[in-house]
Design a protein around this ligand. Sequence first.
Ligand code: BGC
Length: 711
Amino acid sequence: MKNLSKVSCLWHFSLVFVCIWSGCLAAAAQAPVPDSPSIEAQAHAMVAKLTLEQKIELLGGIDNMFTRAIPAIGLPRFKMSDASVGVRTWGPTTAYASGVSLAATWDPGMARKIGEALGHDARARNVNFLLGPGVNIARSPLCGRNFEYLSEDPFLNATMVVPYVEGLQSQGVIATVKHYDLNNQEYNRHNASSDVDERTMREIYLPSFEAAVIKGHADAVMDSYNQVNGVHSTQNDFLNLKVLKGEWGFQGILMSDWDATYDGVAAVNNGLDLEMPSPKFMNARNLLPAVKNGEVKESTIDEHLVRIFRTELRYGFTTRPQFDPTDSTYSVADRAVALQEALESITLLKNEGHLLPLDAAKVKSIAIIGPNVYPAVTGGGGSSQAHPFEPVSILTGIANLLGPDVHVFWSAAMPDDPEQKNAVAHADAVVVAVGFDAKTEREGSDRTFTLPPGQDALVEEAAAANPHTIVILTGGVGMDTSRWLDKVPVLLHAYYPGQEGGTAVAQILFGQHDPEGKLPVSFDRSWDEDPSSKWYYGDPKDNTVLHTIGEDGQPKDYTIEHIHYGDKLMVGYRYWTTTGKHPLYPFGFGLSYTTFSFSNLQAPAEAASGATVAVGFDVTNTGSVAGAEVAQLYVSDPSAKVDRPERELKGFAKVRLAPGETQHVTLSLDARAFSYWDEPAHKWTIDPGKFVIRVGDSSENTPLERNLELH
Ligand code: BGC
């Protein structure tokens, strides 16, 4: 009896323990609550308990990935992690496809799934802040971090970032949208100033952040390394105070990129709430005397802390465990999400003679060669680089799909041994994967437009040996294919397809999944033709010297390279459609194994300026397999008082259709879809008059067209 009650007592205790541990407290998603008078009061009360020294201490991070704790007021430290392609800082993780892949899906639902999956992965690792998504515009193919970002188009970015942020934050994890702003190249990133006019900023480089903050309610933003118009982002009054916190009403936390703070007083006075990863500048040595001599007001420091506390309170970080034991650290569900993202993103650019899909029943031998077929190339390099548990390479993905009866020949290069060469020549198909990887395309430096050494020759040799040569590219955005493109029948852009990339490539090659990715960038023929190429580097004669005080308190001078954004609005397809020239493959383009048609355009012939305009049309799958089409709506404004890009994306919808099926799509164009930034008036403006609405499957192919008069 005694024993029995001991057992039952123990059982009772363990039940309570298990309950606390495994979800009774941590359960479901725990999205942040909205701000309220009670949260504001708590945040202010916390600030009121702090000495000036403690307040200053809280303006900087600690241990590379944490906010600081102040035990005296019961404030623990909170944990961060990089970022966009996986919760990567704390060991192996699920590695999703790159940001540019997500944009290539053109599927906001997919962005929501990725956000939610990252939220689970973060909670399983006790992470409070995810240092992503990265949403900088892919202005040039050379930028070493394009793969982390989304696309060349502000509307596509803005549309994808909102569900991403919502999905992530719905799990109780703060999204940190980065890198604010104009961090469009990696070389010289600490010493470069992106010099740009306000209209270009408003129309091209700000909208992804604006949407993330205003529509997605992102609760953290990360300032970039570079300067904007001669002022470091971390102390940039225009970006931080006027636009982000002023016009957009951002109430969350503005943190610096890691070591992107250069002047503590200027940063604290110009909007930076948190210096990461440590207070090298926003520290007592710099700020105590500044408060004493009136350069910095204590109330300004208080305001930074209220933002930090308000956000942490809204997420309940001080009252609930962030670690959620109901989330798996190794997650089979997340593997499925990673596979789906890769399948939706991989983009078929050329399929001469309908070589694809290959018929698995007919292929008896296959040669899989090149540096990027094995091991798996899941992502680019730098702080986003996630280390997956079990990445699937292109080699293993294809071999798994084909099974044991097919002969697979693998080589990283073209084999020297003539017998093995024969293996390439006599294979039923040759798959060659070339492009970039985590060593050749990475944070902190830019990459070449040409492929890494030896890769062009490899493709040429493979194509010469076997006409059934299928080329797969890995890399952020466009790259040079000119030496061999006309010699190969198939080109597939895999971007960085994440840990399930090999399975996705195999399923697409063998027709188990109809390719549905669409280019989120224009794919250039050559770097010289790229609209940014003439403006990408600064002219040394324009260099200026910035006199600052270093973290050691001694004077420190920086030579600043001024990158003049003379390409202005002419980024990517805006340039190509305005000049009437054509890139190799246009923005929005991607082939499928089926065909689609567009018909029945319904749009008003006139409307009031500022009214929302509904545009309807039908999309039909006219081929013989199920597939997905991305219907894209472009607006032109030929009667505007200012020069405008010839076409601008203002709506899109991804439509899944069975063979023969038709779906009616309706897209809404709000006032912003017709507006441009009126520089003298400093506001969005619509010039009444003629507009043209075009609908199609890329920025160049728009079979439906209708004039619209706004008055
Ligand atoms: C990167 C950020 C990243 C941070 C922390 C920096 O080098 O630019 O994107 O979040 O490191 O790892």
